[in-house]
Design a protein around this ligand. Structure first.
Ligand code: SF4
Length: 295
């Protein structure tokens, strides 16, 4: 399925860039051979995703967003991070994580690599659920390509305010793009399902990270979720840690407890009861994988 070279429209930027195996001339700068920055058993995900030995996370280099506060900027902002990986090598990575006891295969920021990922999943379909861990900035065409291969959708809904999305993530039309993608994910996944150990085997979990000084955005995001996806699992995250270029954009502090309570209480008032709250004290940079460590 992976082509030698193609003009790319895999993400909402639809930049039409030529991508060869090793080089990309698009906004993301990525070639068609995916680069894996790290593959590891990861316990920094939501409870139904870390049963057994943890989530089998595969972190891909590069990203279709440019979030100034990205905690993984070392790999997301560097299209040359990690190792180039053929689909067969990627399939071996999935198998290895499964053999180590991973309760799922968790594909993190895979959008620019979707064709190679599908080729890998054609070569080896894991017996554990496949999780699509995404910024939410996806085209419906790409979600449709992935539909036969993904069991659990894990999208962010970062912004209800397009001007904030443009400022902090360099993304146009984020709100409607993400809402359309999540609507389709929900249709595909249906209601959440769990196995006897409590691991999610099918479903959608929406994540939202509360940004310091942007409580209004978070309240509006919760209102959107209440209207559009009221019974969907929600992971509300307050553990913002200043990273990357965040200080230049007024995000130099952790989230205050007062701001967190406003958002958390609004969630409760909307009766968005499915899911989890991760308060500001939950973690800091300690949950960020060490990218240059040996596996
Ligand atoms: S994935 Fe990369 S090359 Fe493809 S449309 Fe998006 S930014 Fe452009």
């Amino acid at each position: 399925m992976i082509a030698q070279a193609y003009r790319c429209a895999l993400c909402p930027r639809r930049c039409g860039a030529v991508r060869t195996e090793r080089e990309g001339y698009g906004v993301c700068g990525l070639g068609t051979l995916p680069r894996v920055a790290k593959a590891m058993l990861h316990v920094g995900e939501e409870p139904p995703l870390i049963k057994g030995a943890g989530s089998g996370a595969v972190f891909f280099a590069g990203c279709t967003l440019n979030c100034v506060f990205c905690q993984n900027a070392q790999i997301s902002a560097n299209p040359n991070a990690g190792q180039a990986c053929t689909p067969s090598r990627l399939a071996e990575t999935f198998k290895s994580l499964e053999e180590q006891g991973a309760s799922n295969i968790n594909l993190v920021s895979g959008t620019p690599h979707v064709l190679a990922i599908i080729s890998a999943l054609e070569l080896y379909k894991p017996s554990v659920p496949v999780v699509w861990n995404s910024s939410g900035y996806e085209t419906v065409e790409t979600i449709k390509l992935l539909a036969p291969y993904v069991d659990v959708w894990l999208p962010d809904l970062k912004y209800a305010d397009d001007s904030l999305a443009a400022l902090l993530s360099g993304a146009d039309n984020y709100k409607e793009t993400a809402l359309s993608a999540i609507t389709l994910m929900r249709e595909i996944s249906g209601e959440a399902a769990f196995n006897e150990d409590g691991a999610m085997t099918r479903g959608t979990i929406i994540r939202h990270l509360v940004l310091p000084h942007h409580v209004r955005n978070s309240v509006d995001v919760l209102n959107l979720i209440s209207t559009r996806f009221p019974r969907t699992h929600l992971s509300l995250m307050g553990q913002f840690t200043p990273c990357h270029m965040s200080a230049k954009f007024g995000l130099s502090d952790k989230l205050s407890l007062a701001a967190w309570r406003v958002v958390k209480n609004h969630r409760a008032a909307l009766r968005l009861d499915e899911g989890w709250n991760q308060p500001p004290t939950a973690s800091g940079t300690n949950m960020i994988p060490v990218w240059n460590a040996k596996d």
